[in-house]
Structures are given as structure tokens and as C-alpha cells.
Write a protein that binds this ligand. Structure first.
Ligand SMILES: Cc1ncc(C[n+]2csc(CCOP(=O)(O)OP(=O)(O)O)c2C)c(N)n1
Ligand SMILES: [Mg+2]
Length: 666
């Protein structure tokens, strides 16, 4: 008896049975990929079954989340789930949602579903591992495995990931490509004729091509990949979609598109004949064969013993290197780093992107585990404040702390998320706000996974000016603030979005971002200089909105975020000249503000007092706060190409227009 084959067949049976019982899901790909994942988990992947979050573990990132039955079945053999969990796949309250969701206690490293992101997270984790290895040596040297399918290979993000991994020489990254020539609606030949091997080789990868259902070939390829000293590895495994599928007549029903996304019994094959063909009992398919249980029990024992040895080596290293050991622990504790914010001196009147650079240059020197990145805009988004105090990560040299991501915003976002998932790193990345559109699918996943990545978005409004409508964010703020309204699995706002109103508020925004270990944070920053506000209030900023100026018994509340606050203050002078009494409010985050006690909200936005909102975004950015008895002056077009001061005049972002609009409102 071939125990390896038996275990892979067991994974196939469990995958097919779980999908059949759920009456929905994806059995075909899972059945083809079973041989690789079985060899990986039963022989190669190093982790501690008793402590799945152990920071020194190897990590496995699944890209095609639809192949979840394969991962769930394997993790059931490995003891992370019960057979009953497989029986409730995809059902209400199940521990097994349709697509895997990050849960370290269950051995799930990443949420997957949107194809392409998963293997990019793996690259981020691999970079984080090398960064740590550079600082701490052999005590931290995990291997990062990724599993990708035809869909991930076709997604554009794989271009950025392949380029970057090859360029950086990520020899700790091993990716298996489940190449079954079939995708959701067609065979792959209908959409592609590229040579994947040559593509990855041209990016500097070590590529092997094997029969992906042959355990010996898988072992040999993994051994060669592990021995490869300077390149990331791609193992192209030619696999058979729906391996083992049979019709009622006993004919092969393999390599069929129809098994991609529906139960075997609905695909044209026979569930019973298939399970019987694989050595299972169709009446009772949810069984772990005794020999397979033994294989995984033995592996579990070996892993526990190996982990004990690794802990002993780690503890010896800690004893010999107490200072480094403290740092290592602090990094992985994910506590908020100790930062003396009073030491950050802002230049009043600076653009908030420059104020952000001031903070970043301080953080670069004082937060040893922060990695900052930019998608080829560091001198514009001002992440160069960080870069100037360090240097870029490079092939063979991970002593720096800046990642030159190249022009690849989605890749960059996912790479930073992967670093966060690896642990020990505080990742931040920047680009122009308008290009947050290229990152949105990743930001959504960061929000879902509760990853506290810092997204730095400069050039926050039409004041990009001469570059014109292609570069002028309008609806982006409203769009990203939707994530402040969307709750995560813990019932919290899934993202913190901050648009500071001047240099001093930018320090506050960074402070909140660094303190926020529970969700991603967005920092939305101006290109142009902004006069300093007359009054700042850190506690008020923490509450999402606060009163900047207040006359007794105000007749109208003026509110805005970002540079529009200073425009309100200029308009206020004209209004006050006529004796109009005002309250001026800075609202860096509506999401935070709505969480405050009603009493505080009423103090900032008193009931019965008219409100005027000013936003360089769509009016709906502020409409919720202004309410039906007020008005919002916003932007309702894509913008225009002209110097920004001309645009301010033409589009009504002036003191005079504030004066006129408020007069109209009163
Ligand atoms: C970004 C994204 N686009 C589309 C989908 C829908 N989808 C799920 S699987 C799949 C393609 C499946 O092909 P492959 O990756 O080869 O998986 P296999 O059919 O071999 O299981 C598609 C288009 C998705 N999950 N993510
Ligand atoms: Mg496929």
C-alpha cells in the first residue's frame, strides 16, 4: 500500500464529500491539488501543532480560496478541525466558511478568495522573514510556501509579485502552481498561450516542471527548491482536475470544467462511483483511514519534537543575546512602540504630505521594525522622509527598511499585508490618493482580516491641479470612508480613515495610526501647503471631530476635514465681520466621531444649529454629518486641468464662496 497516495485520496474523498453535502463548492481543483498539499503537510511544512502562531513556523499561503476543501481536509487530518466541521462546510455558524478566513489557531494564514492576492501575501511574508533574519540571524528563518492556480497566474497582480520576488532574490519563497489547464468557465487554452516557465524564468525564478500528482516528483522538486540559494522557486505541477472522478458507468470524468464549481454529483460524474473509485464508502465518506490517521499522528509527534528543539535553540540564543532577544520579543508582541511624539517638530503651514515626511523620518530612526514602501512615488507621496533615514531592501541585503515596490499599487498593498500577517513588522505604504483605486481590492481584504497596515495617500484632492482629472481624486474619500461604516468580525469599524487639517494634525493622525493595532488606517494628505489651525486638540482629534473655534451662541457650524478647514477659517473672517457667530469644526474621521457619546456629538454639532460643510470630495462625503437642515459645498465633477489656485477660484473653494454659501444658508 502506498500511504502517500492513500492520504491524498483521503483528502480527495473528504473534499468531494464536504462539497456534496454542502450542495455547493469547488471539488475539482481541490482533488487535483491534493497530492501536493498532502506531501507538504505530512513531510515538509514545519510548524508547532500545539502553538500554531509560533513566529518561527513555516507558512503556507493559499491563493485560490475556492480550493478551500483541499486545505480544510488537510487541516482536519492535521488535527485543526473535526470531521463534523467538514460536514457543515459553508453553512451558518460553521468553522469552515466557503473561502478560508485567516485564523492562526486553525492553521489558516490568510483569507483568500479574490484570486492573485494570496500568493502576493506570501511574498510579503517572505520579505518580512528575510528582514527579521537579517536582524536576528538563524533564530528566525522560516520558509514561505504558496499555492497558486491558473486564475492567480492570470491575474495582473502576479506580474508585480513575480517581478519583485525575482528582483529581490526571495530564495525562502516556494510556490506550487497547480496547472490543471482548466478554469471556471473554459479550458485555459481558450484564454492563454503564454509560456509560464519562461515568464517566471525571465523574472529570475528557479522553475521546475513536474507531474503534480506524483508524490516522488513533488518531493524532489521541493528538495531542489529548498536547496536553491538565491532565487524564488516555482514548481509547475501539471495536475488533473477532478482526479478520480468517475461516471456511473465507471468511465473517467477527469479534466472536466464542470467539476470546478459544483458538487461532483451535479457535474456529470457520479459521486458514488467517484468515492468508490478513490477507495471510500459513498454511504459514509467522512472517514479518516486508520493508516492516514497514523501518518498524520506521526507527523504531529515529529513536529512537536522539532518545535521543542527549535524553542530550546531559540532560548539559548535569547540567553546569549539578551538585547536582541528583547527586541525580537517586542517586535512579535505587536505592542505599540514607545514613541515620544513631543519630539516631532512640525513646520507650521506645511503641506500635510510634508508633515507626514517629518513624522516618517522620526519613525524610521525610532521604530526598528517598521517597513515603508512606495509605488515609485516616494518623492511625491513623501515616504522619502522614511527612505532618507534608511535604504531600500535589495537582493542579498535586507538590512534596509524601505521597499521600492515599483509601479504596482495592488502588489504593494498585498505585500505589505503579507508582512503584517507574518508578524513582527509595522508596514506602511504610499502612493497618490487617486490610485487608491488600484489598491481597493486589497484594502478591503486588509479590513476583513483586521490587518493594521498604514496606507499613506497623498495628493488628496483636485489641488493636484495641472495634472488634470485623471489625477484628481473626487469620489475616493467617500469610497474609502465606506470602510469606516462597514463593521469587521469583531464589530469594529473595519478601517480608520484620517484626513488631517494641518501639519500638527498630521502628527496626531500618525499617532493614532501607530496606536491602531486592530484595523488598517488610511492617512489622506494634501499636496499643497496649509496654514496652521489656530487651535489643536489631541483628545478631540481622537474623537474624530473637535471644535477649532467657537463664538458664544453660534448661528452656524462650519465643518470640514483636511485643507478645507483652513478655507472655512478664512471664510469665517468675512462672516464675523458682519457679526455672524460661528463654530468651526475639524472632522478628521466621521467613523471615529460616530462612536462618541451622544453628548459629545451634540457639543460639536449642536442640535438646531444650521451646518455648512466644505469638501473637495463628493458632497456625500459630508452629507451625513451636515444633515437635512444644512448644505455641503463639494465637487460634483471629475475636476479640470489648471493650477490649483485657479481651480480653487473656479470651483468655489474660497473664503468668498464660503461667505456667500453660508449667507444663503442663513
Ligand atoms: C479576482 C477574482 N476573479 C474571479 C474570481 C472567480 N473565480 C473563482 S475560481 C476562478 C478561476 C478558476 O480557475 P483556476 O484558478 O484554474 O481554478 P480551478 O478551476 O483549476 O479549480 C474564477 C474566475 C475570483 N475568485 N477572484
Ligand atoms: Mg485550473
Amino acid at each position: 500500500m502506498n500511504i502517500t497516495k492513500l492520504a491524498a485520496d483521503n483528502i480527495r474523498i473528504l473534499s468531494a464529500a464536504a462539497v456534496e453535502k454542502a450542495k455547493s463548492g469547488h471539488p475539482g481543483g481541490a482533488m487535483g491539488g491534493a497530492d501536493f498539499i498532502n506531501v507538504l503537510y505530512s513531510e515538509y511544512l514545519r510548524y508547532d501543532p500545539l502553538n500554531p502562531a509560533w513566529e518561527g513556523r513555516d507558512r503556507f499561503f493559499l491563493d485560490p480560496g475556492h480550493m478551500s476543501p483541499m486545505l480544510y481536509s488537510t487541516l482536519t487530518l492535521a488535527g485543526f478541525y473535526e470531521l463534523d466541521d467538514l460536514k457543515s462546510l459553508r453553512q451558518w455558524g460553521s468553522a469552515m466558511p466557503g473561502h478560508p478566513e485567516r485564523d492562526l489557531s486553525r492553521g489558516i494564514e490568510n483569507t483568500s478568495g479574490p484570486l492573485g492576492q494570496g500568493h502576493t501575501f506570501a511574498l510579503g511574508a517572505a520579505i518580512a522573514a528575510k528582514f527579521m533574519n537579517n536582524r536576528f540571524g538563524e533564530v528566525h528563518n522560516p520558509r514561505i510556501y504558496a499555492f497558486i492556480s491558473d486564475g492567480g497566474i492570470q491575474e495582473e497582480i502576479s506580474q508585480g509579485t513575480g517581478r519583485l520576488a525575482g528582483h529581490l532574490g526571495m530564495d525562502n519563497l516556494i510556490m506550487f502552481y497547480d496547472s490543471n489547464d482548466i478554469q471556471l468557465s473554459t479550458g485555459c487554452e481558450a484564454v492563454t498561450s503564454e509560456n509560464v516557465k519562461m515568464k517566471y524564468e525571465s523574472w529570475g525564478w528557479f522553475v521546475q516542471e513536474i507531474n503534480g500528482n506524483d508524490a516522488d516528483a513533488i518531493r524532489a522538486a521541493l528538495d531542489a527548491a529548498i536547496a536553491e540559494p538565491s532565487r524564488p522557486s516555482l514548481i509547475i505541477g501539471h495536475t488533473i482536475m477532478g482526479l478520480g472522478c468517475r461516471t456511473a458507468e465507471g468511465e473517467s470524468f477527469e479534466k472536466q470544467c464542470s467539476t470546478h464549481g459544483q458538487p461532483i454529483g451535479k457535474s456529470g460524474a457520479s459521486f458514488e462511483a467517484t468515492i468508490r473509485n478513490l477507495g471510500g464508502d459513498p454511504e459514509n465518506p467522512f472517514v479518516i483511514f486508520p493508516e492516514v490517521a497514523q501518518l498524520y499522528a506521526d507527523r504531529r509527534e515529529a513536529l512537536i519534537a522539532a518545535s521543542k528543539e527549535a524553542y530550546a535553540a531559540r532560548d539559548a540564543w535569547k540567553a546569549a543575546n539578551p538585547t536582541l532577544a528583547k527586541m525580537y520579543e517586542a517586535y512579535f508582541s505587536e505592542e505599540v512602540p514607545c514613541i515620544d511624539w513631543s519630539l516631532i517638530q512640525q513646520k507650521p503651514g506645511a503641506a500635510t504630505r510634508n508633515a507626514s515626511a517629518t513624522v516618517l523620518s522620526y519613525l524610521a530612526e525610532n521604530v526598528g521594525n517598521m517597513i515603508c514602501s512606495s509605488a515609485d512615488l516616494s518623492n511625491s507621496d513623501k515616504t522619502d522622509g522614511f527612505l532618507k533615514k534608511t535604504h531600500a531592501l535589495m537582493k542579498g541585503d535586507f538590512s534596509g527598511a524601505f521597499l521600492q515596490a515599483g509601479v504596482a499599487e495592488l502588489t504593494m498593498a498585498c505585500v505589505m499585508m503579507g508582512m503584517q500577517m507574518h508578524g513582527g513588522i509595522i508596514p506602511a505604504c504610499g502612493t497618490f490618493f487617486v490610485f487608491s483605486d488600484y489598491m481597493k481590492p486589497a484594502v478591503r481584504m486588509a479590513a476583513l482580516m483586521e490587518l493594521p497596515v498604514k496606507f499613506i495617500w497623498s495628493h488628496d484632492a483636485f489641488r493636484v491641479g495641472e495634472d488634470g482629472p485623471t489625477h484628481e481624486p473626487v469620489e475616493q474619500e467617500a469610497q474609502i470612508r465606506l470602510l469606516e461604516k462597514l463593521k469587521n468580525h469583531h464589530g469594529r469599524n473595519s478601517m480608520l480613515v484620517l484626513r488631517p487639517a494641518d501639519a500638527e494634525e498630521t502628527t496626531m493622525a500618525w499617532r493614532l495610526a501607530m496606536e491602531n493595532t486592530l484595523t488598517p488606517t488610511a492617512l489622506i494628505l494634501s499636496r499643497q501647503d496649509i496654514p496652521a489651525l489656530p487651535h489643536h486638540d489631541l483628545e478631540g482629534f481622537r474623537r474624530g471631530a473637535y471644535i477649532v473655534e467657537k463664538d458664544a451662541d453660534p448661528q452656524v457650524v462650519l465643518l470640514a476635514s483636511g485643507s478645507e478647514v483652513s478655507t472655512l477659517l478664512q471664510g469665517a473672517e468675512l462672516l464675523r465681520a458682519e457679526g455672524i457667530r460661528l463654530q468651526i469644526v475639524s472632522v478628521p474621521s466621521e467613523g471615529l466621531f460616530r462612536q462618541q457619546p451622544a453628548e459629545y456629538q451634540r457639543e460639536v454639532l449642536p442640535e438646531g444649529v444650521k451646518r455648512f460643510g466644505l469638501t473637495a470630495g463628493l458632497p456625500c462625503t459630508l452629507e451625513g454629518l451636515v444633515g437635512e437642515h444644512g448644505t455641503v459645498w463639494g465637487l460634483e465633477s471629475f475636476g479640470f486641468s489648471a493650477p490649483y489656485k485657479v481651480l480653487d477660484e473656479k470651483l468655489g473653494f474660497t473664503a468668498q464662496n464660503v461667505y456667500e454659501q453660508v449667507k444663503k444658508l442663513l
